[in-house]
Design a protein. Sequence first.
Length: 339
Amino acid sequence: MKEDLKPKTSLYAQFAAAIREKIENGRYHPGDRLPSILKAAEEAGLSAGTVKQAYKLLADQGYLSMIQGSGTVVRDRRAKAENDNGVHLIPAGKQAKAEKAIGALFQQLSGLGFTFSEIRILLDLKLRQYINETTKLTIGVIDCNPEARRMMTDKIAEFYDSDIFEYGLETILSFPDRIPDDLSLIFTTTTHEETLNEVLANRVKINALALSPTAETISAIAKLDPNDKIALVALSHEFIGIMLKALHNYSDIRIKPTVIHFGATSELKIGGKYTYDAILLPANFDRFSTKAEQQKIAAFEKNGGKVIRFEYQMDHGSAILAEKLIETTKNRLQNEAVR
């Protein structure tokens, strides 16, 4: 699909012009699905960002529809012109079928004793419900460790019950095309924002959130005795590093902590000769540990050992930002659905 693009014009405008010509010449028909952004970029020898800009320009001009979850489709220009003039013409056969179905529904509801006012209310409620169901957000969460990803996901789920997909940072750095073009929002931590923007070539908008230990976690760490023997327990090496950094920042621990990984070939050892004064582990450790490991931790705590559940959460500003982005995106999708 390589095009003979004209010079002295931005690449995306040239690429858009080439597609527009195909639409106007009838090579692309209303309802035809265009290649995905990644595939079109590969075929044309352009960046994904350039193709995305071209598709958006054509969508703004009424040539294309970029439909959430369905890709990019050629629009019916005749239908757009009618809409721009304030008139929307439905094909006669289609309209007749709709009127017949609506009339039958009205008769049925009227026969059940509903007034016209009640029918109007019911139809409005059902339409709103349908719009909500068909414009559900899809959100991607990217981070280098599963513990932090899950904490971010759980917090985001409090704002909106959406489809949330988690992606490991290394996977995306190695295989950028694993990120779908039709995700509504993508969140990562401030630590990885710049790297992801470089790798994804601004193909998608990356929203960065700041994560830090909660005040309760910091307080518990600060109360540790400098001579306490500490075990750091987590699934990933990265989260071990986060907890170790917090120990250095907020405590005066003198003895080097022991590192223990969930799911390691050797079973979790925190009893008998493996005696510790305290263990630090992710607050959501039950998501990444076996039942046997959880029982050992419970027994350690029951016998007087200190268990610090390390809460690593969005700061207040990031939580407000995430909630606002989700609400704004949800409203935009719903508005697009009823146009």
